[in-house]
Design a protein around this ligand. Structure first.
Ligand code: NI
Length: 165
């Protein structure tokens, strides 16, 4: 296991649509690295493209900062249901340090994915976990949180980001 360097926007690898994971066995080491990198950052989610691996895979743990470990490794994830009800919260991103974005997200999602053992899984997520899953899912399509803001808010956020050392 090792902590991997986290790419910072505007690295072009963060704007790429990632390829599916063909064989879960080939990403075991990467998943462990992602967990270690996420906890060290410290963050609550990180996607494979953020460490330069363009694969449809992310890890998250919505509860660990409150002392409740809920690690989740999601291969080839997709949403099968997204609530109309929205939640808007300040969202950070390890690839855009120093800024947060108020992004409208579904308050509740049903997510299907493959686990590390190759088994199909489905989970219902709400609250912070739902927001994190939608944020990480976007990374797999090369979409950043600020891409979901209106142009004015996006420009304002990037001006602040540019000023971060
Ligand atoms: Ni992010």
């Amino acid at each position: 296991m090792s902590i991997r360097p986290i790419l910072r926007w505007p690295d072009p690898r963060l704007s790429t649509v990632c390829a599916p994971v063909e064989d879960p066995a080939t990403v075991e080491a990467l998943v462990l690295d992602l967990f270690e990198t996420m906890y060290a950052a410290p963050g609550r989610g990180i996607a494979a493209p953020q460490v330069g691996e363009c694969l449809r895979l992310f890890v998250m743990d919505a509860g660990w900062k409150q002392g409740e470990m809920t690690p989740l490794a999601c291969l080839n994830p997709r949403f099968v249901q997204m609530s109309e009800a929205q939640a808007v919260g300040p969202e950070g991103c390890l690839s855009v340090p120093g800024v947060t974005a108020e992004v409208p997200r579904s308050a509740e999602v049903e997510m299907a994915f493959t686990d590390l053992g190759g088994q199909a899984q489905q989970v219902r997520l709400s609250g912070a976990a739902a927001v994190i899953a939608q944020h990480e899912m976007d990374h797999l399509d090369g979409v950043m949180h600020f891409d979901r803001l209106d142009p004015q808010a996006r420009t304002a956020l990037l001006a602040v980001y540019d000023a971060v050392p």
